[in-house]
Each structure stands twice: as C-alpha cells, then as structure tokens.
Design a protein around this ligand. Structure first.
Ligand code: FE2
Length: 507
C-alpha cells in the first residue's frame, strides 16, 4: 500500500477541514457582477457570487469552496485600500460571498472588488449612511421594482446609473418564477437561447438559483448594482404569484409542499442579494429591518408576504367582501406590525419612509359594485388603519410601494374627507408588462373613482426621490419603450409634499 508522507497527509487533512481545496482552476467566475447593500454609517454589505457558466445548475462551479479576497478602497484605482480580507464561496451557499465590511467612515463613497482563482471582479461603488447624530441636508434615492426578464430590456437600469443617488430601493419581484418559453417574451425573439430548464416553473433550489443567475447576467442590471448600494425587500414572485404566508395560490399545493418551495426560494434570495440578515434555515427568513440616515430619515423595510393571513374572499378583485376588514386578519403579522408602530413612534428622524411592496392607498377599480384588490392593503384594512392612525400624529410619513406595474401618487387618509396623514408613491415596473402606455381605460376609471389619486401612469421606469429637511419630491421617470433597446427616458410627472403640510402638490 502506498503511504503518503506525513506532511502531505497533514496538508490534505487541513485543506479538507478548511474546505478550500481541492479547488480546480476555473475560468472567469465573476459573470454575475458585484453588489452592495444595507448601508450603515460605518458599514456596508458587499456581495458577489461565483459562476463560470451561470445558466447551468451550480453555475458551472465544482462542488468545492473557493477563497475570495475582497478589498474596499477610497478610490476607484484601489491606491487607498482601507479594508480587505478573505471570504469563502461555499457550494452550500451557491458560491455566494457576503462581507459585512465594518470600520468605514460615515457618508462616504467607497469602491470594492473581489479576486478569486486568479480572476478580478468588476469594481463596485457604494456609499455609507451619514452619521446617526448628523443632520443631513438631503437624501436622494430611487424607488424600483418588478423586473421580469422576459418582458423587456433593462432600459430603466441603463438610465438609472446616470442619476445622482445615495441608495436604490428595490421593492420586490426581482425575479419571476414562471416558465420562460420561446414565445411571447420581448427578449425571446433575439439570439438568446436558454437551456430547457428555464421552461420549468421554479420550485427547487437549483432552479431558483439559475433564475437569479439569468437575471444577474444582464449588463444593465449589473451596472445598477455596481453604481449604488441597494436596500431590497421581496414581493410574491420571488417565491410564487400571490402567495400568503405558507399558503400557495394554487389550491392543489398543500402547505407541506409549499413550505419546501418557500424554503428553496428564500435560500436563493438570500444567496443572491447584498443583505445583512441571517441566512435562512428552513422556510423562514427575517427580512424586515430599519436603516437610518442621520436625523433626516428612518427607512422601515417591510415584508408583506411571509406573515400575512391568506387573502380575503379569494385573491382577485372583489366587491362587498366584509372579511377584508376583520381585525383578526393581518398583513404584517403582530410582531412586525408592533415593531413598525413602535419604530415610527420613537423615530427621531424628520421623515419616516415605509419601504414595502403593495399599494396602501384605497384603489377602487370601478365596475359593478366597485371592486377592490384583495392582495393589497385594501384586503387588510385593520393593519392599514393602525399604521395610518400612528402617522396622523407624525409629520413626514411617506409610503413607497411597487407590485402593480403602474405609477400612482396618492394622499393617504384615514377616512374620505379628512386631511391626508401620509403620502404614497407607487412605482411602476422596470420591465414587467412590456412597454405599457401612458394611460389605459382602467387607469382612467381609477382616477375617477379615487379622488385621493393625483396621478396614474402605465409606462415602465422608476421614481427618483429627493428628500430635504422640509420637503419630499418625487419625479416619475418613464421610458418610451423596453421591448426594444434604445428607449428614451423622461420625467412624466413630479410631486412634492411638505413635512409641515402633508399632501401632494404637483411640482
Ligand atoms: Fe411584479
């Protein structure tokens, strides 16, 4: 029997324990770009995920760990590196790397990059939050959501990188879980040929990972991640359309089966985003959190999917549904709701920004008996009332939403005819729904039946917001088209609300 020298045995044993060898040589693993998120005054999370062949299961990566060096510098040429270290890309985490870089200075730009297997990643730029005791003059951010890959090109991201922003808020539907087939999608008439596995709806961990990888191969999306730190939350399509808690929309899917799918989806979500939250164990992931920007703004990031009661009276547009106002039904779950109400009440900030998924303003769709959408806050009026009651005594409450692929600007009132207690900016999709149009008969009907809606629009894009000590301004940036490249961007409408006088006014 061949006996290995002791020294060699020791090296092999040590490597196996560390999980870093044997690591075969790989081609460029940085096909998915880099990202940063959840900025604090002294910290930011930087992220990447190794994938040599991103559209394959495991991203083409061998099932071994790879060491990944990272650097954070004050300059884009990395002459002044201020923090550095080595992480490990593990196969059990989809070869993702999350580094919570600490010891940074507040309100500063930084640059970051990774190195692995002799390859260097693209460079990302990020920005820490201002010092908590400071009084920033302004905060600039974008409200974004809903980027169905098959529905259009990421023209919105291509234009967004030219904006001057402190942070990007992404409010859900980062991926869509449904089958991507060769017909119907805007990108499917091009040379793009996807493996057959993309014609399956996602349910396994591998399929969810591949879906994120497909999206993240897009250069415009990569550029938007590399340009700004992001604060993300999810909506339904990161798991499955219109799910509620542990209940699938599909009546033939049992809770037992659905929680397995949810666990796979949540795990892939965590792996693929620059989040400072514990990685999920099983079907739960604690995503709601608060980020502070000096004494100017507290951003309360909500999760309106994981803890909600199943939709009332079905998932659709309903009229005369009494259950929607049952006080025992909840959108946020009691712990998250109490955390939000408490956080709003205690906030020392001039503004409370509530970053979440679904439209909070009442929205009557017209038609027989004037229907409401049971998947939105209209289906959960008790939680809405609690939040708006708290906002009544707090100047500067702003709700930011996504989900429905339309732009809206709304005053939020406790009852019709009473003064607004908050304002809401609902952002359209990045690409979901294709080109869209400025208006539709449905939008016209909604404007007619909902006098608190100041604006409705059905084009693609994002909202650019600027907050100062006394005013919030929202510019609705819309694209001429997304189903072909070369869409142009313009500001379709602008609104302001004064902290001392809540209510939207055209800017
Ligand atoms: Fe969506």
């Amino acid at each position: 029997m061949l006996r290995l020298p002791r020294r060699r045995l020791f090296v092999l044993g040590g490597a196996a324990l560390a999980g870093t060898l044997p690591a075969p040589r790989i081609s460029n693993p940085f096909t998915l770009g880099v990202a940063s998120g959840d900025p604090l005054p002294d910290a930011v999370v930087i992220w990447t995920r190794l994938a040599t062949r991103p559209l394959e299961p495991t991203g083409g990566m061998p099932p071994v760990s790879y060491p990944v060096q990272w650097q954070v510098a004050e300059d884009s040429r990395f002459a002044r590196v201020v923090r550095s270290g080595t992480g490990s890309a593990e196969p059990g985490s989809g070869h993702s790397v999350h580094v919570d870089v600490r010891g940074l200075r507040p309100g500063r730009d930084y640059f970051y990059r990774f190195r692995s297997g002799g390859h260097l990643s693209p460079v990302g730029r990020t920005r820490t939050a201002p010092d908590e005791s400071s009084s920033p003059r302004r905060l600039r951010f974008a409200v974004t959501s809903c980027q169905s890959y098959a529905d259009g090109y990421y023209e919105a991201w291509r234009h967004l990188v030219d904006e001057d922003l402190d942070v990007v808020l992404f409010l859900g539907d980062y991926i869509y879980e449904g089958a991507i087939t060769s017909v119907g999608g805007a990108r499917m008439d091009t040379s793009l040929r996807l493996p057959d596995t993309f014609a399956l709806a996602t349910d396994t961990l591998d399929l969810y990972r591949m879906r994120y990888a497909l999206y993240r191969t897009d250069p415009d999306l990569q550029a938007a991640h590399a340009a700004f730190p992001w604060i993300l939350t999810w909506d339904d399509h990161e798991v499955h359309d219109n799910y509620a808690g542990d209940v699938s929309r599909s009546p033939i899917v049992t809770v037992r089966d659905f929680v397995v799918r949810r666990a796979n989806a949540y795990r892939a979500y965590w792996e693929n985003q620059p989040l400072r939250v514990p990685q999920p164990a099983g079907p739960d992931l604690s995503l709601y959190r608060r980020l502070r920007f000096g004494d100017l703004a507290d951003v309360h990031v909500l999760d309106t999917r994981q803890y909600r009661t199943d939709q009332a009276c079905g998932d659709n547009l309903e009229a005369g549904c009494a259950a929607r106002s049952d006080p025992s039904r909840t959108l946020l779950g009691a712990p998250q709701r109490d955390w939000l109400l408490d956080g709003m009440g205690r906030s020392p900030a001039r503004w409370n920004l509530i970053a979440q998924q679904i439209m909070m303003a009442e929205c009557r769709y017209g038609g027989t008996a004037n229907r409401l959408d049971m998947d939105k806050w209209d289906g959960y009026t008790a939680d809405r009332k609690r939040i708006l009651s708290r906002a009544r005594n707090l100047p500067g409450t702003v709700v930011l939403s996504g989900d429905i692929h339309y732009n809206y600007a709304a005053d939020l009132r406790l009852r019709p005819g009473t003064p607004p207690v908050a304002v809401e900016f609902v952002g359209t999709s990045i690409s979901s729904g294709g080109d869209g149009s400025d208006t539709t008969p449905q939008l016209e009907t909604q404007l007619k039946y909902n006098p608190h809606l100041h604006f409705a629009n059905g084009q693609r894009g994002y909202i650019r917001c600027e907050l100062d000590r006394d005013t919030i301004r929202a510019d609705y940036r819309v694209l001429s088209r997304v189903t072909r490249r070369g869409g142009t961007i313009s500001t379709r409408a602008s609104f302001v609300s004064e902290r001392a006088r809540t209510g939207l006014v055209p800017a």
